[in-house]
Design a protein around this ligand. Structure first.
Ligand code: GLC
Length: 448
């Protein structure tokens, strides 16, 4: 199959979260299955150009008579849309003309769609492609996070070529505004999200963030297909960032990794609880800040690698204590792998979590996850088998799980750790599930 992915992020070129990783790793697994896969994404000012080549011929898209001119840049399986007027700025998101910036990407995707069997859209930034393709090709829309919906003023409707019949609530209208995400959610042939539990949560309020009605209205519902991780990129048996290699079969090296992290962060003796994540409301790190004094009083040590929202970072700063709570706000990919490899436990108290990749990486690196039972966390961490779980997004509930963690003896913790180390989070399983979904959409295929 020829597959075109449309996305606002692709790692390592542009990445603010898990979306970028998915668009780097899923195509690799799909190519392993014999497909011809292309990822289309904007060429932001920050994307390094080395290794990319620019097409000689310019490209242009037009939206309501406005011409956006640019060039396509290519690397293996990657297509970047360079349109200096739209993308050559600091930061991928947060500009007043974001509706136009991403609609232009979608317009280009629709123009390229003829060359593909399936067009696969990711999050709201790609969703308008479903409108512009207009049924000429099968379209799949994946929800990585429903909290960002591409909401804009209805005054954008003409400039984005939204037909009048789609300006109503059965179309893109959303509480008097427009939600560009709805183009994909209403018009795509299939809607998927990144875990079965999140698929259920968003078909009810408040999880659906106002869109549960739209999603439950789809006759085919929302399918939940779990993400994976690139088991070569995240491989403690061959990770140059680590003090020593280890694996499920040969765990001895992990002690050296633990000692190295403890020394690197200057932590006192005691079980190490790590956090690696963006400090945003979704991730619940304010709950970690609130629980920090009690975790320390119970004997735990905290290793926090989290930058982001200044108010949340401020709360974490207030919890900082030499030897007991270490905070680093400068995310760095190889440093993060030393946290995963050295921590005893990994905290992830997300308020909601469509899939979550960090808990998978934690298990792969032998840190026992302690997670809130929501979304993909509920689907990947099994209480008492691969980790510990709690439900309320409160310091008390988190502490309850931390106390259970501290009560484990070496054998008990070792059992959870071994189960996590042995788990298979490879992308092959997901790629196979996407294959089945695509196949049902191809002409001549009968539904199965
Ligand atoms: C978003 C979600 C996260 C998910 C990722 C990739 O970042 O918040 O849960 O793992 O997308 O699908």
């Amino acid at each position: 199959m020829r597959i075109l992915h449309v996305t606002s992020e692709v790692a390592p070129y542009s990445k603010t979260g898990g979306l970028g990783d998915v668009l780097a790793d899923l195509p690799i697994a799909q190519r392993r299955r014999g497909h011809d896969v292309t990822v289309l994404s904007p060429l932001y000012g920050s994307v390094p150009r080395d290794g990319l080549t620019r097409d000689a011929e310019p490209v242009a898209v037009s939206l309501a008579g406005r011409r956006v001119e640019g060039h396509l840049w290519r690397a293996d399986g990657l297509l970047f849309f360079q349109a200096p007027d739209l993308y050559a700025r600091a930061g991928a998101y947060g500009h007043d003309d974001d509706p136009l910036r991403f609609a232009a990407l979608c317009k280009l995707a629709a123009a390229l769609a003829e060359g593909y069997d399936v067009v696969h859209l990711h999050d709201w930034q790609a969703a308008m492609t479903a409108l512009y393709v207009g049924g000429r090709r099968p379209v799949v829309q994946t929800i990585h996070n429903l909290a960002y919906q591409g909401i804009c003023h209805p005054g954008w409707a003409d400039a984005l070529e939204i037909p009048h019949e789609l300006r109503r609530f059965t179309g893109l209208e959303f509480h008097g505004n427009l939600s560009l995400f709805k183009a994909g959610l209403v018009l795509a042939d299939r809607v998927t999200t990144v875990s079965p539990t999140y698929a259920r949560e968003i078909q009810e309020e408040p999880g659906g963030q106002g869109l549960a009605g739209v999603l439950t209205h789809r006759p085919d519902g929302v399918a939940g297909l779990l993400n994976g991780i690139d088991q070569d990129r995240f491989n403690p048996a061959a990770d140059p960032a680590l003090a020593a290699p280890f694996s499920a079969a040969e765990t001895a090296g992990r002690a050296a990794c633990r000692a190295a992290l403890q020394a690197e962060l200057g932590l006192d003796e005691g079980p190490i609880f790590a956090v690696v994540g963006r400090a945003v409301h979704q991730k619940g790190l304010d709950v970690v800040a609130a629980a920090a004094p009690a975790i320390v009083a119970a004997g735990g040590r905290l290793a926090l690698l989290a930058g982001g929202d200044p108010a949340i970072v401020h709360g974490l700063r207030a919890a900082e204590a030499p030897g007991l709570v270490s905070l680093n706000t400068q995310f760095d990919e190889s440093l993060s792998r030393r946290y995963y490899a050295g921590a005893d436990f990994f905290l992830m108290p997300s308020r909601f979590e469509p899939c979550g990749l960090s808990q998978l990486i934690a298990m792969r690196y032998g840190a026992v996850p302690i997670v809130r039972r929501t979304g993909g966390l509920a689907d990947t961490v099994v209480e008492g088998e691969t980790g510990l779980t709690f439900f309320d997004p409160t310091a008390e509930a988190l502490l309850g799980a931390v106390h259970r963690a501290l009560a484990l003896d070496d054998a008990g913790r070792g059992r959870l750790q071994a189960a996590g180390l042995a788990a298979d989070w490879s992308w092959d399983r997901s790629a196979e599930a996407y294959d089945r979904l695509y196949h049902d959409l191809l002409p001549g295929e009968t539904a199965r």
